[in-house]
Design a protein around this ligand. Structure first.
Ligand code: HEC
Ligand code: HEC
Length: 88
């Protein structure tokens, strides 16, 4: 197969797009849930929101997503009691 000038341009564009997607994904990482005594034992959204609701000690920032699955975006603590992966 002969690689034409057009193919080269196409390959370069694909490489640039992949680079930007990779960098973008890195920038979007959210803060992990702290692996401390409080967070290891909080197992319901109600518990999280008691402290992270608008009147809590550390409210979520303005415009925070309304989503409930906290660990989908904030990494679950390594010693979380509700965890299924590590039991010890
Ligand atoms: C008893 C109060 C309390 C409960 C319950 C609680 N948190 Fe927190 N959380 C805090 C405080 C205070 C901080 C800030 C100080 C710190 O980093 O430890 C914090 C920090 C955080 C942070 C930000 C960490 C950072 O680097 O800034 C995240 C994310 C978080 N909590 C998520 C959660 C989730 C998810 C739950 C439920 C599983 C939860 N918290 C339950 C008090 C609480
Ligand atoms: C759809 C993704 C998503 C979900 C689900 C989510 N968060 Fe967040 N959260 C974010 C983003 C994005 C930020 C702001 C940027 C960052 O933390 O790096 C943030 C920030 C926070 C902060 C402030 C951290 C700091 O120190 O500035 C707290 C506290 C927090 N979230 C708690 C929660 C709790 C509690 C839940 C579950 C009820 C939850 N989040 C669910 C995306 C999410």
């Amino acid at each position: 197969m002969k690689i034409s000038k057009r193919d080269t341009v196409f390959i370069v564009i694909v490489a640039i797009v992949i680079t930007f997607l990779t960098l973008g994904a890195k920038e979007r990482t959210t803060k992990a849930v702290p692996d401390d005594a409080i967070h290891d034992k909080a197992t319901s959204r109600e518990q999280c929101m008691a402290c992270h609701g608008a009147d809590g000690v550390k409210p979520q920032p303005l415009g925070h997503p309304k989503a409930n699955q906290c660990f989908q975006c904030h990494k679950q603590p390594d010693h979380w009691v509700g965890g299924t992966v590590k039991t010890k």
